[in-house]
Design a protein around this ligand. Structure first.
Ligand code: SAM
Length: 278
């Protein structure tokens, strides 16, 4: 495409999250038609351009770039179509671009967004958790206390929680979920759109056991289902259910049955079952 066919302005262009075949027709057209591409890493974007048979002028950009770099991009957008891409997925979603978009809008520059892949939406569609209400909160903090505090802040929300995660930190995050959000269904969506794509769900405890055995590689989205419809468990109701179950089965079976029925932690219930039995 000839650059004269696109109006001057800022074009936010989503790119694949792993499988280059996911680049959209319009993303490819806009990249072909822009005069300059602002990107995170010229080598990564260079690979996509090579796949599309394009050769384009690129400029590195992140939101911590000095004001001079941002001003040069804004100046270019006044006269030419400029694309903004990130290494993968949708720019601005846990990626640079917010400051640039804000500055372009303030300067009265045309800004348009070319939608496409994002790991967040891909994971949500795959995990089998409710999608009618969700909260995306980027990466959880890396320090243990801050991570637990962040989870506590979201604990009462009736929404699926979605976080970006890394392999080395996955088990620590699952441990925090087990401690703070006991009983919730959790899903780990890994290497989406790539050869070893997987989406594994279960309790945080199940997933901890699995990923301790099989340290996760690659890129990860972590999802946590909303709290049960009934709200926080009613202690009297749980005790009554446990007594009824104990009348018919062993403490271990009673703990499993009540845990499943109420979405609660089996270990805690087993301790309660033993106490009631004695
Ligand atoms: N802007 C991107 C988007 O729209 O998805 C996200 C960029 S963020 C810096 C990178 C994180 O996104 C990774 O650490 C991982 O949590 C998630 N991610 C990106 N690609 C992924 C994939 N193919 N599978 C699973 N998670 C992915």
């Amino acid at each position: 495409m000839d650059t004269s066919m696109l109006e001057p302005g800022l074009y936010i262009v989503a790119t694949p999250i792993g499988n280059l075949g996911d680049v959209t027709l319009r993303s490819a057209e806009v990249l072909a038609g822009c005069a300059l591409i602002a990107c995170e890493d010229t080598r990564v974007t260079g690979r996509l351009l090579h796949h599309l048979g394009l050769s384009k002028k690129m400029q590195r950009y992140d939101d911590h770039a000095d004001a001079g770099a941002r001003d040069r991009l804004l100046e270019a957008m006044e006269h030419q179509p400029v694309a903004l891409v990130s290494d993968a997925g949708t720019p601005l979603i846990s990626d640079p671009g917010y400051r640039l978009v804000r500055a372009a809008r303030e300067a009265g520059i045309k800004v348009t967004s070319i939608p496409g892949p994002s790991a967040l939406v891909t994971a949500l569609t795959l995990a089998g958790l409710p999608t009618d209400r969700f909260l995306f909160a980027g990466f959880l903090p890396s320090k243990a206390k801050a991570r637990e505090d962040a989870l506590r802040e979201f604990a009462a929300l009736r929404a699926t929680l979605v976080f970006y995660e890394t392999g080395p930190r996955l088990v620590a995050s699952l441990e925090a979920i087990a401690a703070v959000l006991a009983g919730r269904e959790v899903a780990v969506a890994r290497e989406l759109t790539k050869l070893y794509e997987e989406c594994r769900s279960g309790s945080a405890e199940d997933l901890i056991a699995h990923y301790r055995e099989h340290p996760p590689r690659g890129e990860i989205v972590l999802l946590i289902g909303p709290p049960g419809e009934a709200g926080p468990p009613d202690a009297d109701k749980i005790e009554a259910a446990m007594r009824a179950a104990l009348a018919e089965m062993s403490p271990s079976q009673a703990a499993s049955t009540v845990a499943k029925a109420h979405g609660l932690d089996r270990k805690t219930l087993y301790a309660q079952a033993m106490a009631l039995k004695s």
